[in-house]
Design a protein around this ligand. Structure first.
Ligand code: PMP
Length: 441
């Protein structure tokens, strides 16, 4: 076995076995990117994860975001445990639905009514349906590098190759010829209001919605340029188009009311998933009453066997109560913990003479190996040095720090000052030891 795999020998065995039966050896394609291999884990507690070889890690993946309170948070486990004693699934109403719906409407600025589903992908699909039914239009404006789930239409334009003809401006703005899902997506560059205005000038009357991640977490955690979200809001209003914030990552992570509360820009529709139930499968679409009434009027179909399942609702209740306590003190603390990591990493990289760019906010950020000092959109992320990133991630893993394969860091309330100190210590050692491989190419 290769030396770098010796530490993960049981994971390697299980992965080889898994590939014989489970397509690709993993349950979500994104996990296949883990290096040096997708690890198998046996338990998680607080900020720590333990793999099947007995290695322990400080976990900054948080299951790709949901574990905002860390692994096995006592309040969540006890709420779910108590619910489990009552029943597991009803396919009918239960009181927790009302509690959670009310709570979200109190916390989220754009929410007058909500609808529940299980995954972020579904919540986005409901949002598209609502926008199309509300406006009577079909096109959706979306942005390169933003991820809105894995269904066909939502994947159009997610990660375009730079020279792809699909992304010549005239093709991007082409009118709907065939009426299929791909033709209904208008893919633009983010952080450029002129592009949006030009598209709406041409196609405003056919456009139902603009969908955006309010912070571009899926591509280097880029922040909206000052005034950009406000600009989108104004353009959407001017052209009678609905503005959708996909808050599946930012929701209940960057502020109790999501990015819309953080930036003070109210979308027409917002989608939530991941952190809302602290690690249980649960998603939400939220909007004003007029839009959401389309569901009651049966103009928009919303269904699902597992919608509003009591276990996820119990988890959501416990999570939201914790996040809403004390004017959002928990998320403020997470923000501070993350900021100290961001500053620590930046300082060490600077001292080592290794150019890095850290984008994002404390609760979620990305470390890119690049000489760029600023990134505005997906295209700006493409020349980051990904082999340097992979060297860094593998070395961090070997030193007990578990990170996502795209260089993203998620921070939870379970991360302690001691975790931060240990992490920063590992970063310093890794940067110095691997400096030659971490420099720009
Ligand atoms: N929207 C965004 C912004 C996401 O990051 C994701 C998942 N990473 C989704 C939607 C889809 O959510 P799910 O994986 O729960 O279907």
């Amino acid at each position: 076995m290769h030396k770098s795999l010796a530490q993960f020998s049981r994971s390697a065995e299980l992965f080889a076995d898994s590939r014989c039966y489970l397509a690709g050896g993993v349950s979500s394609g994104m996990r296949a990117a883990a290096r040096p291999l997708p690890l198998f884990f046996s338990s998680g507690s607080g900020s720590r994860l333990t793999d099947v070889d007995g290695n322990q890690y400080i976990d900054y993946t948080l299951a790709w975001g949901p574990l905002i309170l860390g692994h096995s948070h006592p309040a969540i486990l006890s709420a779910v445990g108590a619910q489990l004693k009552q029943c597991q699934l009803l396919g009918a109403q239960n009181e927790l639905e009302v509690l959670v719906a009310k709570k979200i409407c109190q916390m989220v600025p754009c929410a007058e009514r909500v609808a529940f589903s299980t995954t972020g992908t579904e919540a986005v699909q409901i949002a598209f349906r609502l926008a199309r039914a509300f406006t009577g239009r079909r096109k959706i404006v979306r942005f390169e590098g933003h991820y809105h789930g894995w269904l066909d239409d939502a994947l159009v334009g997610y990660r375009p190759s730079f020279n792809s003809s699909e992304h010549k401006p005239e093709a991007r703005l082409s009118t709907n010829k065939n009426g299929n899902a791909a033709d209904e997506m208008v893919v633009l560059q983010w952080n450029d209001l002129e592009e949006v205005e030009a598209a709406l000038k041409n196609h405003g009357e056919q456009t139902a919605a603009i969908i955006t991640e309010p912070i571009l977490c899926n591509s280097h955690c880029l922040l909206p340029a000052p005034g950009y979200l406000e600009g989108l809001r104004n353009l959407a209003t001017r052209y009678g188009v609905l503005l959708i914030f996909d808050e599946v990552i930012t929701g209940f992570r960057v502020a109790p009311g999501g990015a819309q509360a953080l930036f003070g820009v109210k979308p027409d529709i917002a989608t939530f998933g991941k952190a809302v139930a602290g690690g249980f499968p649960f998603s939400v679409v939220a909007a004003n009453r007029e839009i959401m009434d389309l569901i009651e009027q049966r103009k928009v179909i919303h269904a699902g066997t597992f919608n509003g399942n009591p276990l996820s609702l119990a988890a959501a209740c416990a999570t939201l109560d914790t996040l809403d306590e004390d004017q959002g003190a928990v998320l403020k603390q997470i923000g501070r913990t993350g900021k100290s990591l961001m500053m620590g990493i930046e300082g060490l990289a600077q001292a080592a003479g290794i150019p890095v760019l850290i984008n994002g906010v404390g609760a979620g950020f990305n470390v890119a190996f690049t000489t760029r000092r600023e990134m505005l959109n997906y295209r700006d992320t493409l020349d980051s040095n990904n082999s340097a990133r992979d060297v860094f991630l593998e070395a961090m893993l070997a030193s007990g720090i578990y990170l996502l394969p795209d260089g993203r860091w998620y921070v939870s309330s379970a991360h302690t000052l001691e975790d931060v100190a240990r992490t920063i210590d590992s970063v310093g050692k890794v940067l110095l030891k691997h400096k030659a491989k971490l420099m720009p190419v």
